[in-house]
Design a protein around this ligand. Structure first.
Ligand code: C5P
Length: 242
């Protein structure tokens, strides 16, 4: 049967991934973290000493993407070439280097192809057990990113565009980094805010698949919402549509 596809887009640290993950868990849907795929390619470049910010390396970066085996073995877990990289892909150095990987047209094409296959259940990572509603079993996937509702799944059953004030997003990301890196963290919340603003700008203004709200997407501003409230809000939208 057809999968119910939820596309969640929005800027960095808007609470997209956490929301998408918990929503998937609650609904028994598969979760595809498209940002993690760009992060994994960036990590693989780093592991191969290829600087993606050097335009001369463009083809090498494409080759890396072509040979990267990215899987989601469990909710929130990311595997690259058989190795669990869930933590490794979330460092600041990956985040800072990602823009040129994300604006590489060939890389986007390779990953888009994989993302669509995952959304159809053709390659693993999106296993859905589903939920019961009106006597029928509803299965589906949640995919989050920047261009899911506009480019990857333009005919998704539900599109949500998540927004939040940059200050609040910076604080959230900072808290997350602090928790992970502890005293090793050298950045301040202002550094994080500046990085976020730079990445927002790159994401919003790049020519290829910019961060854009699809015409038929529902905007959810999460500045003053808890994760639970965000999840509940989207769950309600799903129930209204099945
Ligand atoms: O969502 P996350 O913060 O992990 O994404 C990291 C980066 O990957 C984004 O800043 C963006 O440049 C890129 N990205 C993208 N398209 C997506 C998902 C992420 O270009 N669908």
């Amino acid at each position: 049967s057809k999968l119910f596809r939820i596309a969640i887009d929005g800027p960095g640290a808007s609470g997209k991934s956490t929301t998408a993950k918990q929503l998937a868990k609650k609904l028994g849907f598969g979760y595809i973290d498209s940002g993690a795929m760009f992060r994994a390619v960036t990590l693989k470049c780093q592991q191969n000493n290829i600087d993606p910010s050097d335009i001369a390396n463009k083809d090498k970066v494409t080759e890396i993407a072509n040979n990267a085996h990215i899987r989601f073995p469990a909710l929130g877990q990311v595997e690259l070439d058989g190795q669990n990289v869930s933590e490794l892909i979330r460092t600041s150095s990956i985040t800072r280097n990602i823009s040129l990987v994300a604006s590489n047209w060939a890389v986007r094409d390779i990953l888009a192809n994989q993302q669509r296959k995952m959304a159809k259940g053709e390659i693993p990572g999106a296993i859905s057990t589903g939920f019961e509603r009106h006597g029928k079993l509803v299965k589906g996937i949640v995919m989050d990113g920047r261009d899911i509702g506009t480019v990857i799944l333009p005919d998704a059953e539900l599109k949500v565009f998540i927004e939040a004030d940059v200050r609040i997003r910076a604080q959230r990301r900072f808290d997350e980094l602090k928790k992970r890196e502890g005293d090793a963290l050298t950045e301040t919340v202002y550094d994080v805010e500046r990085d976020l603003e730079a990445r927002d700008l790159a994401d919003y203004t790049r020519k290829i698949a910019p961060l854009l709200k699809a015409k038929d997407a529902i905007t959810l501003n999460t500045s003053h919402l808890s994760i639970e409230e965000q999840v509940d809000a989207i769950e309600k939208m799903v129930f209204e549509r099945v």
